[in-house]
Design a protein around this ligand. Structure first.
Ligand code: HEM
Length: 396
């Protein structure tokens, strides 16, 4: 009997997953749309599903090709030949363009502006007075402003972006015509920006992507626009959620906060640990088996949908000693929160810098920072596809 996926997410998920890892590591589940899939919960199996070419994101060998990405534009928006949601050579071509532009040097060069943006937002939170909502004041506005900086588009456009991005990511919250309109607006916007960067290249990611594409990879205009849109959407909500959930988990553990005060350099391992411990978007990592194969002794049939249980893998006791415990000094920490294999998060380095700066600045500026409501009253976002906080009231 397939278990409804809703039973396996939410606050009790870690306990449910612990049982599954032992007793049913490959578990039939039913998604809210009625689709059936297999949920894998052991670290090694999850790593295989994410990185082994016998699994991919879009292709179902039973016939129907399907979008692996919920943030994929509706088909009626025109023919997009290659997107990051695809697999194989078309995907590699796009990744090559992004990788050539999204370098470690570029991420490092953003550090001072990320610090400045964070300082401004933290000041705003201080002025709002204690208690304040950390999601509203810091977690939510920071990532979109950083993406504007990264792509080299005006900061004034951040609010417009947020509206479009929320709609394109929405599964149910907005009427379909609003979602389609948001895609149109995004494409029109980035179409203009790509033309502007081609005419007047600057030192930013979008200019570098245009150059990388013009040099050798020869993307169409629409593919370039879609790449920019993918970065905006890919880098936005996940980072908001990582900041909110990360601070929540951290403030639940005052002894770990004390370690960070005593040794602020620990923020680097703390970021990895908070990503491991909270784990976002678990339900999103779906793949299709391309051939019959075995995982933990269970046969997976070609064409079956498999959900990679990242939340569970990140706490697997065979991989993480004392995995249920938050330890901001944990090292090594091979968590799978940025994925693994061909679709590994392109923005991981940027996200790491953003989280290090956000957590480090908040702790430094508010040495007495604490949760303003009991932890079980912190308001989480509802819905299957997102795991994040509506609000995080903090006091200082
Ligand atoms: C803490 C924040 C973030 C988390 C937890 C996160 C997580 C992930 C994960 C798990 C994947 C792999 C999805 C899969 O295997 O199906 C992914 C892919 C991706 N991420 Fe991130 N991400 C974060 C921040 C960012 C940022 C800041 C950007 C860009 C500015 C970004 C852009 C992307 C893109 C474009 C992909 C698709 C890559 C591909 O399919 O080749 N992400 N992210």
């Amino acid at each position: 009997m397939a278990r409804p996926m809703e039973e396996l997410i939410g606050p009790d998920a870690p306990a449910e997953m612990r049982v599954l890892r032992k007793e049913q590591p490959v578990c039939p589940v039913r998604l809210p749309n009625g689709d059936e899939a297999l949920l894998v919960t052991r670290y090694d199996d999850v790593a295989t599903v994410l990185s082994d070419p016998r699994f991919n994101r879009t292709f179902n060998p039973r016939g129907a090709a399907r979008a692996g990405d919920r943030a994929t534009p509706p088909a009626d928006l025109g023919q997009i030949t290659r997107t990051l949601g695809m697999d194989g050579p078309p995907h590699r071509t796009l990744r090559a363009v992004v990788n050539r532009a999204f370098t470690a040097r570029r991420v490092e060069s953003l550090r001072p502006s990320i610090q400045k943006l964070t300082d401004e937002l933290v000041d705003g939170m201080r002025q709002a007075g204690s208690p304040a909502d950390l999601v509203e004041h810091v977690a939510s506005p920071l990532p979109i402003r950083v993406i504007c900086e990264l792509l080299g588009v005006p900061h004034e456009d951040a609010e417009k972006f947020r509206g479009w991005s929320d709609r394109t990511l929405s599964v149910t919250s907005f009427p379909r015509d609003e979602v389609v309109q948001a895609w149109h607006d995004l494409f029109a916007y980035f179409g203009e920006q790509v033309a502007r960067k081609r005419a007047h290249p600057c030192d930013d990611l979008l200019s570098d992507m245009v150059a990388a594409s013009d040099d050798e990879e020869k993307l169409t205009e629409l593919e370039l626009v879609y790449l920019a849109t993918g970065l905006l959407i890919g880098g936005h909500e996940s980072t908001i959620n990582a900041i909110g959930l990360g601070m929540w988990r951290l403030l639940e553990h005052p002894e770990q906060v004390a370690r960070l005060h005593a040794d602020p350099g620990l923020v680097v391992t703390a970021v990895e640990e908070l990503l491991r411990y909270q784990t976002l978007g678990d339900v999103d990592r779906q793949r299709f088996a391309q051939e019959d194969l075995e995982l933990s002794g269970v046969t997976v049939k070609a064409g079956q949908m498999v959900m990679a249980g990242v939340l569970s893998a990140n706490r697997d006791e065979d991989r993480f000693t004392d995995g249920e415990r938050l330890d901001v000094g944990r090292h090594p920490n091979p968590h799978l929160s940025f994925g693994l294999g061909p679709h590994y998060c392109v923005g991981a380095a940027l996200a790491r810098v953003e989280l290090q700066i956000a957590f480090g600045t908040l702790l430094r500026e508010f040495p007495g920072l604490r949760l303003a409501v009991p932890s079980d009253q912190v308001r989480r976002k509802t819905g299957l596809m997102v795991s994040g906080l509506e609000e995080l009231l903090v006091a200082w």
